[in-house]
Design a protein. Structure first.
Length: 267
């Protein structure tokens, strides 16, 4: 039985402290008692009254859905300002939404595996908790406590020396603008009904540059509007031992890097 996380208590305290308010100060503004506000922040009130949700949502300018289901502490300042301005859209693509997850009996997030046969279904069900709950689920050791992880299989040899058929362990990337150039990521492309494993660079003109590790493959760009999700590379598993690059591959890579550097200087 899947169980959704409730971030409301932590979000309420975070938003109050972000505004530099004491509990008494916020309670006065909301026309609540300090003890009631303290109970809301500490999670002692399991079912807050609808009017309290409405008052808090109106006060901070953030939707009730986001207050409950999005961990606001993980968002950057720019996205918080976007929320407060009434714009529930991530900058440079990606709607602000709740990431569907599944949890184990201890209420710890699972690591879902998206098999090749589920590729098409993932594009239509990636934000559907029932679909996510239907995926194979694992608990992997040594993963950081913070973050949501998912495993995607690779096909082809565009990311050699990481061989095709590897399983890529990834972490959900909600802030695309925080990606450093050439960050390896699995990118979910809604326009192409596919996901790809590439080196990702966010460009100022609203495009993502996607580049392969294998220099034989040409880099290409996609509009951020075609990107549904980005999952940052964490690790991979494979039955094959990667082979070193050949001299030709190293030469092609050097030429490709030089071309990209020259192209960047001309902008």
């Amino acid at each position: 039985m899947k169980k959704s996380k409730n971030f409301f208590p932590g979000n309420l305290k975070f938003l109050r402290e972000r505004k530099g308010l004491t509990q008494q100060g916020l309670a006065t503004d909301l026309e609540l008692t300090r003890s009631k506000l303290n109970a809301l922040e500490s999670g002692q009130t399991k079912a807050p009254a609808p009017e309290d949700f409405l008052a808090i949502s109106s006060y901070f300018g953030i939707s009730i859905d986001s207050l409950i289901r999005v961990d606001l502490r993980t968002l950057g300042e720019l996205k918080l300002r976007e929320l407060e301005a009434g714009n529930d859209v991530y900058m440079r693509g990606g709607n602000l939404r709740v990431l569907a997850i599944s949890v184990d009996k201890g209420n710890q997030e699972n690591v879902e595996y998206v098999p090749i046969k589920a590729k098409a279904g993932y594009l239509s069900g990636y934000n559907d908790p029932e679909f996510i709950a239907s995926l194979p689920r694992f608990s992997l050791p040594n993963l950081p406590r913070q973050g949501t992880y998912r495993i995607f299989p690779t096909v082809g040899d565009s990311m050699l020396p990481i061989p095709g058929g590897s399983d890529i362990i990834t972490r959900y990337q909600d802030d695309w603008t925080a990606l450093k150039p050439d960050t390896p990521c699995v990118v979910i492309l809604s326009g192409q009904q596919d996901f790809v494993f590439k080196l990702v660079t966010v460009q100022a003109e609203g495009q993502l540059l996607l580049r392969s590790l294998n220099p034989i493959f040409e880099p290409f760009t996609v509009p951020v509007g075609e990107v549904a999700e980005i999952w940052k590379f964490h690790a991979y598993t494979s039955k094959e031992i990667p082979e070193p690059e050949t001299d030709l591959q190293q030469l092609v890579r050097a030429v490709r890097d030089m071309q990209l550097e020259i192209k960047g200087r001309k902008r």
